[in-house]
Ligand binder design. Structure first.
Ligand code: SAM
Length: 286
C-alpha cells in the first residue's frame, strides 16, 4: 500500500518509522510519502490559509494551494472534470440494456461483505471533526486499498469545495471524524486512522490471529472480554477460576458472556446493532 500524507507539519509523521509501522515499511508492505503543503505555495510567507468568507473567527485553508498539491499527487488518477459525474452505463449485461427497475418496495438487502476489491482506486481522506465517525469497519475496508492520501487540516479547517471538487474528478474522497472532540489539526487523527488501517494488512502484525478476535471486529461486533496474564493471583486479586480450568469450551463461553455483558453496560448501541439471527441460544440467556 502506498500512503501519501499532506500536512503543514510533516515532521509529525517521523514516528511512523518506529515499531511495527517501521518494520512494515522495511518489509515493503507500506510505502509512506509525507509532503509539506507549503511546498505548493508561491508567496513569500508560504501562506496556506485565508479569512473565512462570510466572516467569523480564525482562518480557513485555501483551495488553490490544496488543488496544486493534490493535482500533482493524484495526477493520472484524476478523471476529466466534464465526464466524471456521468453515470457508468457501460455494463448493461444483466438488464439487457433496459433501465434497472429494481422493486423499491423490496426489503433492504444486508450490507455487502467487505472484499479485497473494495477500494482499488486511490482514496483521499480528510480528517474532519464534523464528518461521520471513523469505525473498525472503515479501517477494514481501507486496509484493502492500494493507495491512501491523507489531507491534514489546520486552523478552522479546509475550504469545503476541496473534497467536493475531487469527487467530481472521480476520486474516492472520504471525510472522517475520529471522535466527538476537536483537535488542533488532522495529523493526530491521520495517525489514528493509519494505525487502525495498516495493522489489518496481511503480514503487518507478527501474529495474524491477534486481530481476529478483537473489539469491534467480526459480524457481531462487541467489546472484547477482559484479558489477564500470569501470575494467577496478584496483590490479592485472582483471575477468574474458569480461565485456569483448561476447559476450552467453558473458557470460550465465559469470554463470550463477558463480552456481551460489558458491551451492554458500556456500549448498549452495539448490542442494539447485533444481528439476532447470528446469536446462539446461550448468547440470548446472557
Ligand atoms: N472548525 C472545525 C470545527 O469546529 O469542526 C475544527 C477545525 S480543527 C481546529 C482543525 C483540523 O483538525 C480539522 O480540519 C481536522 O483536520 C482536524 N481535526 C480536529 N478534530 C478532529 C477530529 N475529532 N477528527 C478528525 N479530525 C479532526
Amino acid at each position: 500500500m502506498r500512503i501519501d500524507i499532506v500536512s503543514v507539519f510533516p515532521e509529525y509523521f517521523d514516528v511512523l518509522n518506529l515499531s511495527l509501522f517501521g518494520k512494515a515499511q522495511a518489509k515493503g508492505l507500506l510505502e509512506v510519502h509525507t509532503h509539506n503543503l507549503r511546498d505548493w505555495t508561491h508567496d513569500v510567507h508560504h501562506s496556506v490559509d485565508d479569512t473565512p468568507v462570510g466572516g467569523g473567527a480564525g482562518m480557513v485553508m485555501k483551495p488553490v494551494v490544496w488543488s496544486e498539491c493534490l493535482d500533482e499527487l493524484l495526477g493520472a488518477d484524476l478523471r476529466e472534470p466534464d465526464t466524471a459525474d456521468e453515470p457508468d452505463t457501460s455494463d448493461t449485461s444483466d438488464t439487457g440494456g433496459e433501465p434497472d427497475t429494481a422493486d423499491e418496495s423490496a426489503e433492504p438487502t444486508e450490507a455487502p461483505e467487505i472484499t479485497e476489491t473494495a477500494a482499488k482506486r486511490p482514496v483521499l481522506i480528510f480528517p474532519n471533526p464534523s464528518a461521520p465517525l471513523f469505525t473498525q469497519r472503515d479501517a477494514t475496508e481501507l486496509s484493502h486499498a492500494d493507495r491512501l492520501l491523507f489531507g491534514c487540516g489546520r486552523y478552522e479547517g479546509y475550504d469545503a469545495r476541496i473534497p467536493e471538487y475531487y469527487r467530481t474528478r472521480g476520486v474516492d474522497v472520504r471525510e472522517y471524524s475520529i471522535g466527538d472532540y476537536v483537535l488542533n489539526g488532522g495529523e493526530v487523527a491521520t495517525s489514528v486512522m493509519l494505525e487502525a488501517i495498516t495493522r489489518l494488512i496481511p503480514g503487518f502484525m507478527g501474529n495474524a490471529e491477534s486481530i481476529v478476535e478483537e473489539s469491534y471486529t467480526g459480524d457481531n461486533a462487541l467489546l472484547e472480554h477482559r484479558q489477564y496474564t500470569k501470575p494467577a493471583e496478584w496483590r490479592g486479586i485472582r483471575v477468574p477460576d474458569v480461565l485456569l480450568s483448561g476447559d476450552h469450551g467453558k473458557v470460550d463461553r465465559f469470554r463470550r458472556d463477558e463480552a456481551l455483558t460489558r458491551t451492554n453496560e458500556i456500549r448498549p448501541d452495539l448490542i442494539e446493532a447485533l444481528d439476532c439471527r447470528k446469536l446462539d441460544k446461550a448468547d440470548r440467556k446472557t
